[in-house]
Design a protein around this ligand. Structure first.
Ligand code: HEC
Length: 116
């Protein structure tokens, strides 16, 4: 390996590391705050579901998640269900997460549904 070729290699390593940390942070947030309703795997089968009049969204369904823009997802997470004419049972998270963390949650949701 040539002496100066180590820097790009280091950069790649660093960014792989950074994205691994980032991914697990959004996943952790989801598994701490969203699973009760949306389920551990995001399939909408959380423990609260049997008592709820409106069922939480199945976040793994490309069919129901594909119709939403990132901006809508951001808005509903930050401001709650009512913000996009959905149920008040979806709570607002703007007081819990920073905008950046909400963006990361949106990215995580896209990973769950494997849709745009
Ligand atoms: C107390 C239960 C509850 C918790 C906790 C909860 N949700 Fe929800 N969520 C709902 C319900 C119910 C709906 C469906 C609302 C509707 O269809 O009218 C919903 C809908 C959504 C939607 C809209 C999907 C769509 O397009 O219709 C998103 C996005 C979402 N939740 C993300 C999250 C995230 C991210 C968290 C954690 C930070 C979370 N939710 C925590 C109950 C919950």
């Amino acid at each position: 390996m040539k002496k100066n070729s180590i820097f790009p290699a280091l950069l790649i390593l660093l960014s792989v590391f950074a994205s691994a940390v980032w991914a697990s942070e959004a996943e952790d947030n989801y598994k701490n705050f969203c699973w009760q309703c949306h389920g551990m795997t995001g399939n909408g089968m959380g423990v609260n579901v049997q008592d709820m009049s409106v069922q939480p969204r199945d976040h793994t369904s490309a069919k129901s998640m594909g119709g939403r823009s990132d901006a809508d997802l951001f808005k509903v997470i930050k401001e709650g269900g009512l913000a996009i004419d959905k149920s008040v049972l979806m709570p607002p998270w703007g007081g819990t997460f920073s905008d950046e963390e909400i963006h990361d949650l949106v990215t995580y949701l896209r990973k769950l549904c494997q849709c745009r």
